[in-house]
Design a protein around this ligand. Structure first.
Ligand SMILES: NC(=O)c1ccc[n+]([C@@H]2O[C@H](COP(=O)([O-])OP(=O)(O)OC[C@H]3O[C@@H](n4cnc5c(N)ncnc54)[C@H](O)[C@@H]3O)[C@@H](O)[C@H]2O)c1
Ligand SMILES: [Fe+2]
Length: 378
């Protein structure tokens, strides 16, 4: 018997240039008067926030913004952003940026009502009340955060915690490929591989894999795999950029319902201890986890190889991922990103704490296995 639950965002708007009409969209769809934009300094410096602000001015909205989001946002950043949104008396929250900004936007939408503290909502389904209207506008094609109910917060020097609750699924995600044409090649590559990992891990997810997530993961992998190299080499190619954004969103919908597993579990300690960006962390361990999983999930990898026209075996699939990593020029080895051999036992111990993710892996991962995978990636 198949029994499963599938949740996603209510509405997705895909349109090149849509961000230039954000003001009228917020007014028409939400009756908004006081939008609050959540972003990072990088996008301010690139002049991308200014374009969105111009559209809010045009719609005569009383807007404010928070641009203090940083990669792997900390609790302090979240709390500061919540206070700023409260002070503005925001009536709609807009996440504008990569996964970091969108994750913070979700938490603001929930916490600005003041009913619960951040510390009370960590974990799964801990949100009690509602939230402010929430719109997500991704500027990277990677995390799929615009359609996931997940926020990841850095809670200590090396620790992260997640808030997972369907309440945080946005009301609207806006995919505007023109926002991503200036994304540097190395970020395009790492975030794009993160999105591919979401599709792969959803497709092989042990407990919650289902026909809807399978369909989404397959389409995601095709769109991402067929366009990632072009998007890296020819950043201005709008067709490739649009395909990457849609693919990352589909992969997000897939893994929001069929969760990710050992690739992410082994990637998180790299971010926690060495501040390696999320996408790069994933791509560093990906081939080695695929080889480890082959005995349990090889038939599924073979299906994906056939789907992509890249052969017909798990080995062919893994070789395809290796080619993509080569062609997009992502860093390949842990030793290349400042990790010493002595760090591997500590990383393996940390990865074993990611039980929320490891439980989804098609093959059980022991401490010795984690150590061997890092060894192979070193
Ligand atoms: N909620 C989820 O489901 C989920 C899933 C995976 C990861 N995450 C989280 O997402 C974060 C990673 O997100 P990310 O990989 O999108 O990176 P990010 O949001 O940290 O952004 C990375 C960098 O890219 C820059 N940037 C973004 N868009 C740009 C553009 N169009 N042009 C030029 N520069 C641009 C930003 O200024 C920033 O410096 C991590 O905090 C991770 O924990 C969340
Ligand atoms: Fe990810």
């Amino acid at each position: 018997m198949i029994a499963f639950n599938f949740n996603s965002v209510a509405s997705v708007l895909v349109e090149d240039g849509a961000a230039n009409q954000l003001g009228s969209v917020l007014r028409a769809r939400f009756g908004a008067e006081r939008p609050f934009i959540v972003t990072d300094m990088g996008l301010v410096k690139l002049g991308m926030l200014a374009k969105v602000q111009a559209s809010l001015d045009e719609a005569e909205l009383d807007h404010a913004h928070f641009d203090g989001v940083e990669a792997d946002p900390s609790e302090a950043v979240v709390l500061k952003a919540v206070e700023a949104a409260k002070a503005h008396r925001a009536d709609v929250i807009v996440g504008f940026g990569g996964g970091s900004s969108m994750d913070v936007a979700k938490l603001i939408a929930v916490l600005a009502s003041g009913e619960q503290q951040l510390s009370e909502i960590y974990g799964i389904d801990q949100i009690k009340g509602g939230r402010l209207p929430l719109v997500q506008v991704p500027t990277t094609a990677g995390t799929g955060s615009e359609v996931t109910p997940i926020s990841i917060v850095t809670t200590g020097e090396t620790t992260k915690m997640g808030v997972v609750d369907a309440t945080m699924l946005a009301d609207l995600a806006i995919l505007d490929a023109t926002l991503t044409t200036g994304l540097p090649a190395h970020i395009t590559a790492a975030t794009g591989i993160d999105a591919m990992v979401h599709a792969i891990e959803a497709y092989t997810s042990r407990l919650k894999k289902n026909p809807i997530s399978d369909g989404l993961a397959r389409q995601a992998l095709l769109m991402l795999g067929n366009n990632i190299v072009t998007a890296c080499n020819d950043g201005g190619n709008l067709d490739a950029r649009r395909a990457m954004l849609i693919g990352a969103m589909l992969a997000g919908q897939a893994f929001a319902n069929a969760p990710v597993a050992a690739v992410h579990a082994l990637a998180y300690p790299l971010g926690g201890h060495f501040h390696i960006p999320h996408g790069l962390s994933n791509s560093l361990v990906l081939p080695h986890v695929l080889r480890f999983n082959e005995e349990a999930a090889g038939h599924l990898y073979a299906e994906l190889a056939v789907l992509a026209g890249q052969g017909n075996s798990a080995g062919d699939f893994i070789a395809w991922m290796d080619r993509i990593a080569d062609e997009t020029k992502v860093q390949r080895r842990l030793r290349d990103v400042g990790i010493s051999h002595n760090d591997l036992p500590m990383l393996a111990q940390d990865a074993m704490l990611q039980t929320r993710l490891l439980v989804n892996n098609p093959r059980e991962v022991t401490l010795d296995d984690a150590r061997a995978i890092y060894e192979a990636a070193w």
